[in-house]
Structure formats: structure tokens, C-alpha cells
Write a protein that binds this ligand. Structure first.
Ligand SMILES: C[S@@+](CC[C@H](N)C(=O)[O-])C[C@H]1O[C@@H](n2cnc3c(N)ncnc32)[C@H](O)[C@@H]1O
Ligand SMILES: Nc1nc2[nH]cc(C(=O)O)c2c(=O)[nH]1
Ligand code: SF4
Ligand SMILES: [Mg+2]
Length: 235
């Protein structure tokens, strides 16, 4: 079954969340059921990018062609990869090649192939995104995942987002929880200004997390790839 692919790139490092720093390839799928105000990958769903429908086996060839022998980990992101049933076959083929597979999704849609993923990051969206979390869907998603290696990661722009993150963490207390700095300017090429702004936002996020007893076991992280490469695509 074909998968609409926006880009395949790497090796790079995972710049976010539970396996930050892990060397990985990326497969970015097209399409999203959300439209977050601050989406840093809006080209996957707003019509400005072009996707190509590919068979899983062809994506494997492309990964090998681009990454050579220099990787053992593949991250599938989007858009929302959970829109696509065909990813199940891609995941199996990656495993046959001895590669681990991670997925980034917002937890709004379930697919059976998610059970086979090595690291799953679920990133429910706070109020600043303009999206409203359907907690019955997220509950269903989290219940299905119960035995998997999963983590929750919430992007924070303001105090209201932080309150939302506290509620999510309290709702799923057993799931490792990550807070992530929001990037408020996903188009600038002024890296010096961007990095300064991101570090200030990271410091603010550390400060409010330190003062929250609910966040005693949360991990507070920046987006490492934006600090290193700014808003550049394909890294
Ligand atoms: C582009 S999304 C694709 C996967 C999935 N749709 C999701 O949102 O989880 C990948 C990750 O980037 C995060 N992200 C998107 N825009 C961001 C921004 N402006 N600043 C910080 N993180 C952002 C999302 O929250 C998500 O964790
Ligand atoms: N290096 C790097 N790390 C990432 N972590 C999550 C990403 C994503 O866009 O899903 C991403 C990305 O695009 N690049
Ligand atoms: S859910 Fe993810 S890909 Fe979709 S609009 Fe939001 S940040 Fe972008
Ligand atoms: Mg990204």
C-alpha cells in the first residue's frame, strides 16, 4: 500500500524528546488532520509542498541510497503518520533490515502498526495551537499503547499551555513526560536572533517547570535541531 511521502532525509540526530541525540533517518509523510497555528512543518498539509506516493519497498531503497550504512534508526513524522495504513509494511521492512523505528504523532488517530514501533512520541496540542484535544480519542490511543515504549511531549508557548500540560501529565501519570520549547518564528533565517529567542523561551520553561510540583519528574527540553540548524529543512 502506497504512502504519500513529503521528504526522506538524514542521517541527522533526533532533535526532540525521548531519544534526543539518537542518530536517525527521517521519513516525513504528507497530510494532517490538525492545522496548528505554529506548525513548523505546515508544508506537509497547507498545499505549499509536493508529496509523492511511494511503495514501502521504494522508501527502503531511498533510505539506503541516502543513508548508506550510516544509520540503524528511522523516525517517521509528518504531518500525521497515523493517517496512513501503509506504514505498517514500511515498519516491518525497516525491522527486517535491523533498523529501529520511531514515530511522531499527536495521538488523534490510531493504527494497529503503532504496536510495532520502538519509540512513540505522542504530542497532544495545547491551546496556543488553536486545536482542541478530543480526550476520548487520546484515552483510546494511550490505552492501546499501554505496553509500548511511549512518551508524551507537549510544546509550550505560554502559561495556559503549561496548565494544559499539567492536566495531560496528571491524566497519564505512568507515561514519561517531556516539555518542549515552542518556536514562534518558523520562517526566519536570522539564526542568531532565533537561537537567542529559543534559549530565552527555554529558560522561561525551565523556570515555570521548577516551580510546579506536578512537573517533578518531567523532562524539560529545547528543540536541539533548531538551535543547531535554525529553520533549515531536511535536517
Ligand atoms: C511537525 S510535528 C509532526 C508529527 C505530529 N503531527 C505531531 O504534531 O506530533 C513534529 C513535532 O514538532 C512539534 N512542533 C511543531 N511545530 C513546532 C514549533 N513551532 N515549535 C516547537 N515544536 C513544534 C510538534 O508538536 C511535534 O511534536
Ligand atoms: N533533527 C530533527 N529532529 C526532529 N524531531 C522531530 C522532528 C519532526 O519534524 O518531526 C525533527 C526534525 O525535523 N529534525
Ligand atoms: S499536528 Fe503536527 S503536523 Fe499537524 S499541524 Fe500540528 S504540529 Fe503540524
Ligand atoms: Mg520538526
Amino acid at each position: 500500500m502506497k504512502i504519500p511521502v513529503m521528504e526522506v532525509f538524514g542521517p541527522t540526530i533526533q532533535g526532540e524528546g525521548m531519544v534526543m541525540g539518537q542518530k536517525t533517518m527521517f521519513v516525513r509523510t504528507a497530510g494532517c488532520d490538525y492545522s496548528c497555528a505554529w506548525c513548523d512543518s505546515s508544508f506537509t498539509w497547507d498545499g505549499t509542498g509536493k508529496s509523492v506516493s511511494k511503495q514501502p519497498q521504494d522508501i527502503i531503497e531511498e533510505l539506503r541510497q541516502i543513508g548508506g550504512e550510516s544509520f540503524s534508526h528511522v523516525t517517521i513524522s509528518g504531518g500525521n503518520p497515523a493517517l496512513h495504513k501503509g506504514i505498517g509494511e514500511l515498519v516491518d521492512l525497516c525491522h527486517e533490515n535491523g533498523w529501529k523505528v520511531a514515530v511522531e504523532t499527536q495521538g488523534s488517530m490510531w493504527q494497529e502498526w503503532l504496536r510495532n514501533i520502538d519509540d512513540i512520541t505522542i504530542s497532544p496540542k495545547p491551546p496556543s495551537s488553536g486545536m482542541i484535544t478530543d480526550f476520548s480519542k487520546l484515552d483510546f490511543f494511550m490505552e492501546n499503547l499501554s505496553s509500548a515504549n511511549a512518551s508524551l511531549k507537549v510544546v509550550i508557548f505560554d502559561e495556559e499551555d503549561f496548565k494544559y500540560a499539567e492536566d495531560v501529565h496528571l491524566r497519564y501519570p505512568a507515561v514519561p513526560f517531556f516539555l518542549q520549547t515552542g518556536n514562534s518564528d518558523t520562517v526566519t533565517t536570522d539564526d542568531a536572533r532565533l537561537v537567542k529567542d529559543l534559549l530565552e523561551r527555554y529558560e522561561w520553561l525551565i523556570d515555570i517547570s521548577i516551580n510546579s510540583s506536578i512537573m517533578n519528574d518531567a523532562k524539560v527540553l529545547p528543540q536541539l535541531h533548531t538551535l543547531v540548524w535554525g529553520n533549515k529543512r531536511g535536517v
